[in-house]
Design a protein around this ligand. Structure first.
Ligand code: PAF
Length: 285
């Protein structure tokens, strides 16, 4: 694999290689098996793969979160070196490469701006929109791969592509979990040991909740989720919503769920000092 830092060098290399389709896996580093599964999908589907590693400051609404975000570049490069081919590229820009000037664009993602993460992390998706559109302009991928753990981010990126009429195909890959069920996340390494031990309660609870839909209505399922998690010391549910998979409009009653549509239960939990998110499909039976 090649490691490239500068935008111009990356574009020169892609132009020289003339390989299509170009697969793109944008990351903020601190790579885990969730990222590697995205890279593996890209390798299967694309003639050349670009993986970017860039911690984007504009998507952090909390300065401490940005400061503490794990940065493990050497480890990331050696992980990628094991899976990428010689022709593939790791792009490691810095702030000046991505934002030569301040990015003042403001995106309107419609209802996606008004629910769940958007309410709890103001400005977050605007920053995601800024960096992803900038990276798409630089890499010009044919296919881009994202994890479904960041369920709302995936919907935001699809909406960004729709609004800006880009030709890139956006692929969402299933969540990869630890053996105990915890959704893999770069922030998991920051969990205190006791909180980490109890963190599988999140997936366990939403799994039970998704099985409850055949015999229970949504308000009692939400109350079950909140009670089961909030009882664990250090854990507090920020939100748990059952939403459709495109506009992410919350459904309040089972009768509002339409056959033929897909629904997901999405949760955010403050777990000690760290905020965790997860989701699971709620099928109608
Ligand atoms: O999901 C992430 O890691 C980031 O939000 C992304 C898509 C790389 C943009 O910085």
């Amino acid at each position: 694999m090649k490691v490239i830092k500068k935008v111009r060098d990356l574009q020169t290399m892609l132009c020289k290689l003339q390989l299509t389709p170009v697969g793109f896996v944008p990351t903020m580093g601190a790579l885990h098996n969730g990222h590697i599964s995205l890279v593996e999908s890209a390798l299967k589907q694309c003639s050349i793969v670009v993986v970017s590693i860039y911690v984007n400051p504009t998507q952090f609404n909390d300065k401490n979160d940005l400061k503490n975000y794990p940065r493990t570049l050497e480890k990331d490069l050696s992980l990628l070196d094991k899976v990428l081919r010689e022709r593939d590229i790791v792009f490691t820009p810095d702030d000046k490469d991505i934002y030569p000037e301040e990015d003042i664009r403001v995106f309107n993602f419609g209802n996606l701006n008004n629910v769940m993460e958007a309410l709890h992390r103001p400005g977050h998706f605007n920053g995601v929109g800024q960096v992803v559109s900038r990276l798409f302009d630089i890499v010009k991928p044919d296919v881009a791969f994202f994890g479904m753990k960041d369920f709302q981010q995936l919907a935001v990126i699809k909406e960004l592509v729709r609004q800006t009429k880009r030709k890139v195909k956006v692929v969402g890959n299933p969540i990869i979990r630890e053996n105990d069920g915890l959704a893999m996340s770069s922030r998991n390494t920051l969990l205190d040991p006791e909180i980490r031990r109890n963190a599988p309660i999140i997936y366990k609870t939403i799994s039970t909740a998704s099985a409850m839909i055949s015999e229970n209505d949504i308000p009692s399922i939400i109350s079950f989720v909140e009670k089961s998690i909030n009882i664990i010391p250090g854990f507090k549910v920020e939100y748990f919503e059952i939403v459709d998979d495109t506009e992410l409009i919350p459904v309040n009653l089972r009768a509002e769920m339409k056959p033929g549509k897909r629904y997901f239960g999405c949760i955010a939990v403050q777990a000690g000092k760290i905020r965790l998110i997860d989701n699971i499909e709620f099928g109608l039976v």
